[in-house]
Write a protein that binds this ligand. Structure first.
Ligand SMILES: Nc1nc2c(c(=O)[nH]1)N[C@H]1C(S)=C(S)[C@@H](COP(=O)(O)OP(=O)(O)OC[C@H]3O[C@@H](n4cnc5c(N)ncnc54)[C@H](O)[C@@H]3O)O[C@H]1N2
Ligand code: MOO
Ligand SMILES: [Mg+2]
Length: 418
């Protein structure tokens, strides 16, 4: 057992994790299942949008030149010759003083070039009059004004959002090439752990890391493969991890990475012939997080302490998996914020504190989410971000300028701010 581990900086640890990873292969899926996946090819417009000149308003399509000279004193009248609802068009050639009754979204007939809104007219049975001249193109959405056939709408490497799905539907892409999702195996280790439905005997606790990590993966749209809890037995763990390496693209274990008599994971990676990227990081919690690579497969040895496990996942596993998924924005945003509570304890390591983030008058406030030791579990439940405090000799006070890592961009605020 190597007791003298040398901590490396968090930024260096992140760099090491992501630098050795390559993108997973491409697969074709129905566009209806593409939300949350990563585009593997540029999404190009297959046609102009709008595809044809269309009415932007409900009203009448006219020849603009026929409206010349119209004013309050000199109203110009038109006769309605045909109707053009959305989904239709007309080949009729307008003569002077003739108009189509036309609805929003309908194709503008060739012979018309402006649309008068109903509200801009005085109407009779089959005719109407206007009090102002119209210019060619008025109230018309022109063909190609939004984009042209061949334009790149969304580049490869982008997360598919609802708007991307709308674009796929618009351009008729029933199938789409995306990067494969990694198959991620989760193995919680520890002889003290039991599953949720097993009675707690002396010295036992429930496994919370396994379900938590699975949810962290779900938050990234990744379905995890759960392996049964394992006790701290080297040979069994070795067999299990070998099996996982045959079945998954990335292995996540929790527990057993420190220097205890039954902390087998570092030695286990070594006996697999894996390349250890680091086994100690200058951070709290999660200092003993150990990451190794076997070929192209990362193995994340997350700490058993729940807060350390959570933090290790967000800092290392998340960007690594996003890189494998072909995402080109793999990091959670780190934003300037105001500390909304004291955090007096100094520490030489970079501190990551589970935090409640709030937004008031355009500012981001972050307060520690409760009991904040490495072994805390309940503070994770209250957090929607992580406060980042650089290591050093001083503590921090309410009102200090700090940074927060946004781990949960979907959590909202309790007031409407417009
Ligand atoms: N002599 C030293 N001891 C420790 C050091 C050190 O540097 N020198 N580091 C401490 C730090 S920091 C941490 S963090 C922990 C890391 O421990 P391990 O990653 O080896 O994890 P375990 O020993 O297996 O468990 C630690 C703790 O977490 C609980 N645990 C484990 N798995 C789960 C789970 N799935 N769900 C809920 N809770 C879990 C476990 O019962 C322990 O209480 O080591 C320190 N020691
Ligand atoms: O790895 Mo421990 O979480 O630094 O407290
Ligand atoms: Mg341990």
């Amino acid at each position: 057992m190597n007791l003298n581990r040398t901590p490396i900086a968090v930024s260096e640890a992140v760099r090491r994790v992501i630098s050795g990873l390559s993108k997973l292969p491409v697969e074709t899926i129905p566009y209806t299942e593409s939300y949350g996946r990563i585009l593997a090819r540029d999404l190009e417009a297959s046609m102009d949008v709008p595809r044809f000149n269309k009415s932007a308003m409900d009203g009448f399509a006219i020849r603009a030149k026929d409206s010349e000279g119209a004013s309050g004193e000199n109203r110009v009248s038109f006769e309605v010759v045909a109707e053009v609802p959305a989904g239709a068009t007309s080949r009729y050639e307008l003569s002077e003083g003739e108009a189509f009754r036309i609805m929003t979204g309908a194709s503008i007939p060739e012979s018309a070039d402006a649309v008068v809104m109903f509200e801009q007219t005085r109407q009779d049975e089959r005719s109407f009059s206007i009090r102002k001249p119209f210019t060619s193109g008025e109230n018309i959405a022109r063909q190609g004004e939004e984009c042209r056939s061949g334009d790149v709408i969304v580049p490869a490497g982008t997360l598919i959002n609802p708007g991307t799905v709308a674009a796929l539907a618009t351009f008729g892409y029933k199938e789409i090439e995306v990067r494969k999702q990694p198959v991620v195996g989760i193995l919680a280790t520890g002889s003290e752990l039991v599953d949720i439905d097993v009675p707690l005997e002396a010295g036992k606790i429930r496994n919370s890391n396994g379900p938590m990590v699975r949810s962290q993966l779900q938050r990234m749209n990744i379905e995890a493969r759960m392996y049964a809890l394992e006790a701290d037995d080297f040979d069994t763990l070795l067999q299990r991890v070998k099996q996982m390496l045959n079945e998954v693209d990335a292995v996540i274990t929790t527990g057993g990475v420190s220097v205890g008599d039954y902390d087998h994971l570092p030695k286990l990676y070594e006996s697999l012939g894996a390349k250890e990227l680091f086994n100690k990081v200058g951070m709290r919690p999660g200092s003993v997080t150990t990451v190794s690579m076997l070929g192209s497969k990362p193995m994340f040895g997350l700490s058993g302490n729940p807060s350390a496990c959570y933090t290790g996942f967000e800092l290392f596993a998340r960007p690594a998996l996003l890189k494998m998924m072909g995402h080109d924005r793999i990091f959670a945003p780190v934003l300037d914020a105001v500390l909304d509570g004291d955090f007096k304890k100094a520490n030489p390591f970079t501190r990551f504190i589970r935090a409640e983030i709030d937004y008031r008058e355009g500012l981001i406030y972050a307060s520690p989410a409760g009991f904040n030791k490495s072994n805390a579990v309940t503070s994770i439940a209250k957090s929607n971000g992580i406060i980042v405090l650089p290591g050093g000799t001083r503590g921090y006070e309410k009102g200090d300028a700090i940074k927060v890592m946004m781990t949960d961009m979907t959590s909202g605020i309790d007031h409407f701010d417009i």
